[in-house]
Design a protein around this ligand. Structure first.
Ligand SMILES: CC(C)(COP(=O)(O)OP(=O)(O)OC[C@H]1O[C@@H](n2cnc3c(N)ncnc32)[C@H](O)[C@@H]1OP(=O)(O)O)[C@@H](O)C(=O)NCCC(=O)NCCS
Length: 195
């Protein structure tokens, strides 16, 4: 099989997402990401160290021994300038959230990003929100102005309904990312998640 067709014809929408546990030995050899640092994070053990330190959990998508993508989740707080839940009688500007820490897919694994992100949203809504207060999912969407054109991951998250914390932010941002959030309430209501 030629190298660029490693994941050809794979329908990621039906593949299981697996929790990265110590017994799950996935080397990530051959994992190629459009952003090389995300392959390095895996191979040099950054993800495993974060998991071992219990500061994040990681889930993976794979085809047999080939890593197609990974996502990490951790707790966070969303901070906004305006009280965005004022219509619900909530005056706060800081809210509980779950953060997508790292998300990366093999560049040959078309659709793997969608699968991991949609899985994460559903997982948080169904498994975390029923037990602890969590209204939002946050992400620091990578923005790299050193490439031409600039690399901007925010377009991916926008497709799934994420909004910018600072929609007026001038580009390039002062930090190499743009913070975004997704409001889980419509999904929680649709799933009839009990209060
Ligand atoms: C961002 C990333 C995870 C997206 O994964 P992917 O597998 O390419 O995404 P999918 O193929 O599932 O694409 C889903 C949709 O998002 C779109 N999309 C993907 N990346 C996009 C981007 N940077 N800007 C705008 N749209 C994007 C796709 O075109 C597709 O649209 P469609 O459904 O209308 O066809 C992947 O490009 C990646 O690993 N990037 C490097 C690491 C990274 O930037 N991670 C995010 C850090 S916060």
């Amino acid at each position: 099989m030629p190298p660029n067709s490693k994941f050809s014809d794979v329908d990621f929408s039906n593949l299981p997402i697996e929790h990265l546990t110590p017994d799950l030995n996935v080397t990530g050899q051959g994992f190629r990401c459009i952003r090389g640092e995300f392959a390095t994070y895996w191979r040099k053990g950054r993800i495993q160290r974060e998991v071992n330190a219990r500061i994040s959990h990681c889930w993976i998508l794979r085809c047999e021994d080939d890593l197609a993508g990974y996502i990490t989740l951790l707790t966070d707080k969303l901070e906004v300038d305006e009280p965005i839940l004022i219509d619900e009688g909530v005056q706060y500007q800081t809210f509980p959230a779950i953060k997508i820490g790292l998300l990366a897919v093999d560049r040959r694994a078309k659709g793997a990003g969608r699968r991991l992100l949609e899985w994460a949203v559903e997982y948080i809504a169904e498994n975390i929100a029923p037990h602890v207060g969590v209204r939002f999912i946050t992400v620091d969407a990578l923005y790299d102005s050193d490439t031409t054109p600039a690399y901007d991951a925010s377009g991916f998250y926008k497709k799934f309904g994420f909004q910018f914390v600072d929609a007026e932010e001038s580009l390039p941002p002062s930090v190499p990312y743009r913070t975004m959030y997704l409001d889980l309430k419509p999904l929680l209501d649709a799933l009839s998640i009990q209060i």
